[in-house]
Ligand binder design. Structure first.
Ligand code: FES
Length: 150
């Protein structure tokens, strides 16, 4: 299956701590921003089909010394809002025992708009010209965009 990049949002409109849920070919996928990192994960819990990407993102409570507890951002997990099953936000690994399946995860990151324009013009051999020609206009893309890799 060919590698497909899906534009999710302009980077400037996707602040830290936010998530977006997109529909890609009938699949609902959540894209999360945590600091400068982006994660993509299927929005369907393997347990009973709950909307996984509506759940809380969690880290481990760690302490380097007594009285210095903090929440670690590595690894991050997402907890399904229906029954609380947890999955690694990066890999989709389940943490509910060896018999519980993981969830599909996807790459996500930031790419310059110019590289997305290259995608739109790539593989011209896949196109067969028809008899009609529509009016066209020059379009430029100058910002950076959050992109989901499926
Ligand atoms: S459907 Fe997600 S934990 Fe049950």
């Amino acid at each position: 299956m060919p590698f497909v990049r899906i534009v999710v949002a302009p980077l400037s409109g996707f602040p830290d701590g936010e998530r977006r849920i997109v529909n890609v070919g009938g699949r609902s996928i959540g894209v999360f921003r945590v600091g400068s990192h982006f994660y993509g994960i299927r929005n369907r819990c393997p347990h009973q089909g709950g909307p996984l990407c509506l759940g809380h993102v969690l880290g481990d409570a760690v302490a380097d010394a007594p009285g210095s507890a903090r929440i670690s951002s590595d690894p991050l997990r997402i907890a399904c809002p229906w029954h609380g099953w947890e999955y690694d936000l990066d890999s989709g690994q389940s943490f509910m025992g060896p018999a519980s399946p993981g969830v599909r995860s996807y790459g996500a990151g930031v790419e310059p708009g110019a590289s997305l324009l290259e995608d739109a013009t790539a593989r011209p051999e896949m196109r067969v010209p028809g008899p009609y020609v529509a009016e066209t206009f020059e379009v430029t893309i100058e910002d950076e965009y959050v992109v989901l890799h499926t």
